[in-house]
Design a protein around this ligand. Structure first.
Ligand code: ATP
Ligand code: MG
Length: 760
């Protein structure tokens, strides 16, 4: 068993214990994920059929990495393992079984935007006060109910829930929930929570189906178990009930999703559910230096609620943790960017060795500006993902409608885009008619002349067009069908005619999507390559998975929540300020504050060799400059591990007097998420212009040239985006994609065959 030699004795024992229930609750970086990976490899090497293994991970990315690793040890058998996030695995199962619970097999998956749009429509129809019944609030409420397996019927019958809703003046929530569920059902759509909720319903009410999957999944494994919610817990419990070959790994100190219903109780329940449970302890951290591990331990020791662990590292002591104080958020960005620049050259590191972690997405702005200023390439994880862009969602809505014409949200999205003279009033009439005649909106449109007053001819034409798409998808490959739909819907032409920089961008994004579909339809490692399968994958991509070019050499920026399970040689945790981290919302209860502290623990334990922490003494929030105090978490760290001297700068007397202000004001000249007040005393503020709004003027004599000999590191000029440097190239001719870092607008990925580029 040579393949197990990369494990310590405790890890090995956990890997070899393949029968019966196993639990590993251990500290960060102790090899929990590694144990799962090796365990799967060991199962296959011991003769277990790879079709009988189910592995549940927290991100698709983690699943992908694990599969590659297992493939390395066991070869192509790895392909057959059911491995992925709860949502993707059970969406796959529901595709097979949906008809048993009254859904079509080609059901649509509604994303959060779709769900909120349905809710908004219901609130409008019911004429409810949008302060009391805010769409986000209602969405979260329904989501929480589903994750606790409370359906709308139970919701309406539960006295406690009813009493709570009435006393807060929101007595209509039960009815909204019911209408929402019925609308989704009519549209043949499941939202994200339904993927788990309906799986539970299926397994509970259909013993034959439960039996089938209990027979199939003979071995189950769950990573990041501390962040499972009740609905997920119950699915696992049901599936494992017969054989009890279930192994869960997690760390209570890293439980950071309580706000989404994750429950520490699931760990405690596990011990009750399986009296024969074997528990393994992993204490050695293989990721980080001793200083980093000690700091992490000293942070988490402040939490009362925790299972005691003794985590240690045998790596070098390492540098002390650097604490940087900045006088503004912009200066904080500058300090971090300069430190990265310096360490990269001092220690010959790569950009991808660095990560900047923050509590809230909004903090990325000041970091981005500073990185851009120093020409440091970066990638933001968890920002607006490629698949959430408007033009991409528009085209995908056409695909959705083709496979499931009852998908009401997709229908509303594109029925009049590109414009075909179908106004809002007509759409409202269609919906009213659908309710009245108990038909779906699509069925109404098909017979618009019969059901809809003053129906424009384009209404029936639209339905006929969708039907023609259905024929195409049956007879052609995913790529051919997608291209046909993009062209015949009029979408491609509409984007082509928009000659602004943004328009060009959107057109290229569509090309990029089509290209992705082409690659997908030509893949050798999967059986099913239809457009419907492609769409399912897309619907379940999380922002963090949308890493189209994992090998690019860029600094990573992400929220701490997205950094779970990852590791980087150098980590910068920024914004350690009261009311930001810990967040203001967490200050009301001990349990919320403890969750923030666990989040800090997660952040700190991502670092392998060097950790830096920073805070600013002033920061713009919602357009106002506010003073900030250092986070209480800083005080909690034992000072002997900290390096305060080298970096802490003296506080400046006045924010706007300091000469460094000139730099930070200039950095404000890019468009940002806040609208900042204009400051008359800051001379550069007056010159504020938006770089993105104005296209680059090509150099005299600029001519796009043949870029077939383009190489990484070359300097280029783009007709619109200006000057940049090639960071990476991927794919084969003629579909080579180049990732280029443009001086003015940051990083972009371009398809060479379309890009108007010349080598300088
Ligand atoms: P987290 O709590 O952050 O999810 P984890 O417990 O899952 O961490 P892993 O990611 O599995 O930890 O391991 C952390 C790092 O230590 C990885 O780089 C892994 O390859 C390495 N590692 C784990 N065990 C060993 C070992 N026995 N020998 C060498 N390296 C190891
Ligand atoms: Mg892990």
């Amino acid at each position: 068993m040579d393949y197990l030699k990369g494990l310590n004795p405790e890890q090995k024992a956990a890997v070899l214990q393949i029968e019966g229930p196993v639990m590993i609750i251990a500290g960060a970086g102790s090899g929990k994920t590694r144990v799962i990976t090796y365990r799967v490899a060991h199962l296959i090497r011991s003769g277990v059929d790879s079709f009988n293994i189910l592995v549940l991970t927290f991100t698709n990315k983690a699943a992908k990495e694990m599969r590659e690793r297992i493939n390395h040890i066991c070869g192509p058998e790895a392909k057959n393992i059911w491995m992925g996030t709860f949502h993707s695995v059970f969406a796959k199962l529901l595709r097979v079984e949906a008809e048993k619970i009254g859904y079509p097999n080609n059901f649509t998956i509604y994303d959060t935007d779709d769900s909120k749009s349905v809710i908004r429509a219901i609130l409008k129809e019911m004429s409810l006060d949008d302060k009391l019944y805010n769409a986000n609030f209602v969405y979260n409420r329904i989501s929480a109910a589903k994750n606790n397996l409370v359906g709308w019927q139970e919701y309406q019958q539960n006295d406690q829930i009813q009493a709570d809703d009435h006393s807060s003046g929101r007595g209509k929530l039960g009815v909204i929930y019911q209408t929402y569920a019925q609308r989704c059902f009519r549209a043949g759509a499941m939202d994200f929570d339904d993927l788990l909720f309906k799986t539970n319903e299926l397994l509970k009410n259909h013993p034959d189906v439960l039996h089938k999957y209990q027979q199939k999944f003979k071995y189950l494994m769950v990573d990041e178990y501390q962040d499972t919610n009740f609905s997920q817990y119950l699915i696992v419990k049901r599936l494992a009930a017969v054989r009890e070959n279930i192994c869960v790994v997690g760390d209570d100190a890293q439980s950071i999703y309580a706000f989404r219903g994750a429950n520490i109780q699931n760990i405690l329940n596990f011990e009750k559910d399986y009296p024969d449970l074997k528990v393994f302890k992993l204490e050695q951290n293989y990721r980080s230096t001793q200083n980093i591990v000690n700091v992490a331990n000293s942070i988490i020791a402040n939490n009362k609620d925790q299972l005691k662990k003794n985590v240690f590292s045998e790596k070098e002591t390492g540098d002390k943790i650097k604490v940087m104080r900045a006088f503004s958020d912009n200066e904080e960005g500058k300090m971090v960017a300069e430190a990265i620049m310096q360490d990269r050259s001092n220690y010959s590191m790569k950009w991808h060795d660095f990560a900047i972690l923050y509590r809230t997405n909004a903090q990325s702005r000041s970091m981005e500006e500073a990185l851009r200023k120093l020409n440091i390439p970066y990638k933001i994880y968890g920002g607006l993902s490629f698949y959430q862009r408007k033009e991409i969602k528009d085209l995908i809505a056409y695909f959705r409608l083709t496979f499931n014409p009852n998908d009401e949200e997709a229908l509303k999205r594109v029925i009049n885009y590109p414009k075909r003279g179908i106004g809002d009033t007509t759409v409202d009439r269609v919906i009213v008619a659908a309710d009245k005649h108990q038909l779906t909106p699509f069925e109404i449109i098909l017979q618009a002349n019969r059901y809809v007053e003053k129906a424009p001819a384009s209404l029936v034409n639209f339905a006929t067009m969708i039907q023609s798409f259905q024929v195409i998808t049956k007879n052609q490959s995913a790529y051919e069908a997608a291209l046909h739909i993009a062209q015949h819907s009029g979408l491609l032409k509409d984007l082509y005619e928009d000659k602004s920089v943004e328009g060009l961008n959107r057109y290229e994004n569509i090309q990029e999507l089509l290209n992705g579909i082409k690659e997908f339809s030509e893949r050798e490692d999967i059986e099913e390559k239809g457009l419907d399968i492609f769409m399912q994958d897309v619907a379940l991509l999380t922002n963090d998975d949308n890493d189209k070019n994992p090998n690019a050499d860029t600094v990573s920026l992400m929220t701490i929540h997205s950094s779970k399970g990852l590791e980087f040689p150098q980590v910068y945790v920024v914004g350690l300020e009261e009311n930001l981290f810990p967040s203001q919302m967490s200050l009301n209860s001990r349990s919320d504050l403890e969750e923030e502290r666990r989040l800090f623990y997660v952040a700190v334990t991502r670092a392998e060799r060097k950790l830096s922490i920073s805070y600013a003494t002033s920061r713009f929030k919602f357009g106002t400059l506010i003073n900030c105090e250092p986070s209480r978490f800083l005080d909690e760290i034992d000072a002997k591990f900290l390096d305060l001297e080298k970096s802490a700068k003296p506080a400046t007397s006045s924010f706007f007097d300091d000469e460094r202000t000139a730099w930070s004001r200039k950095a404000d000249s890019k468009p940002d998420t806040f609208s900042r007040p204009k400051v008359a005393t800051a001379p550069s503020a007056a010159k504020t212009t938006s770089i993105l709004a104005k296209a680059h003027v090509p150099s005299p004599g600029f001519k796009p040239s043949d870029t077939s000999n383009l190489q990484v590191g070359m300097q280029v000029e783009h007709e619109r985006f200006g000057f940049g440097k090639v960071i990476s190239l991927e794919g084969n001719k003629p579909d080579i994609k180049a990732t280029i870092f443009f001086k003015d607008i940051g990083q972009k990925q371009l398809l060479l065959k379309f890009a108007k580029l010349s080598i300088v």
